[in-house]
Design a protein around this ligand. Structure first.
Ligand code: SF4
Length: 206
């Protein structure tokens, strides 16, 4: 089955969980869709994400004078931490998801916890952009994906050396570099439509 057909089966399962869901054929459409969902009058924060980078979304927002809470603009660790805390009450929070099950559950790992915290509560609107390569059959498959695919690739991206996945396979580590301090399943959105999911018919992110 192609990505579009898979998305058509997935979207009702996302909607029954109070998520808004959209399908875009490609990155350009997804970028336009994300921008259409952002309130330009409110602040915007985001979680670390290869998908957001692939879309160039943050750069586009910067060029168009959106009100960004950008932790990477901090000049000290303390300032960065403060910006991450402010991000928890942004109007809009942007992220991807490490995995999505066919039944519509989002599965995410997080080392610091700020990304999954904002997905759970705080920002009025959460926009999740995910390539259809993140789709997994079951929660067990999704958990395997987040530890043995997403984490392995992120360990390489961040140059980690102390986690098991930096050597190719999750060993359920408790390293100080661990990217899995928090493993969160988002089963539904308490507030209908607060979490908006843009599915993209291309391989994106990890
Ligand atoms: S080895 Fe550690 S950081 Fe890597 S996936 Fe497993 S628990 Fe996460």
């Amino acid at each position: 089955m192609n990505y579009k057909d898979l998305a058509e089966k997935l979207i009702p399962n996302l909607e029954k969980r109070n998520f808004e869901a959209y399908y875009c054929d490609n990155k350009k459409e997804a970028l336009d869709k994300a921008i259409s969902l952002i309130d330009k009058n409110g602040t915007i924060s985001w979680g670390g994400s290869k998908t957001l980078k692939d879309l160039n979304l943050i750069e586009v927002l910067k060029e168009n004078d959106y009100k960004l809470i950008d932790r990477d603009s901090a000049s000290t660790p303390e300032e960065r931490d403060e910006l991450m805390k402010q991000g928890l009450t942004a109007k809009t929070f942007l992220t991807s998801s490490n995995a999505i099950t066919e039944d519509g559950i989002l599965v995410n790992i997080d080392g610091n916890g700020n990304r999954v915290a904002a997905m759970c509560y705080g920002p009025d609107s959460v926009i999740v952009i995910a390539g259809m390569n993140k789709l997994c059959k079951t929660v067990e498959d999704a958990e395997d994906r987040v530890h043995n695919v997403a984490a392995v690739k992120n360990a390489e991206r961040f140059g980690l050396t102390k986690t098991g996945c930096s050597k190719g396979k999750c060993v359920d580590c408790l390293s100080d570099e661990c990217m899995c301090s928090y493993v969160v399943k988002t089963r539904r959105s308490k507030v209908k439509g607060r979490i908006k999911i843009i599915l993209v018919g291309e391989e994106l992110g990890f």
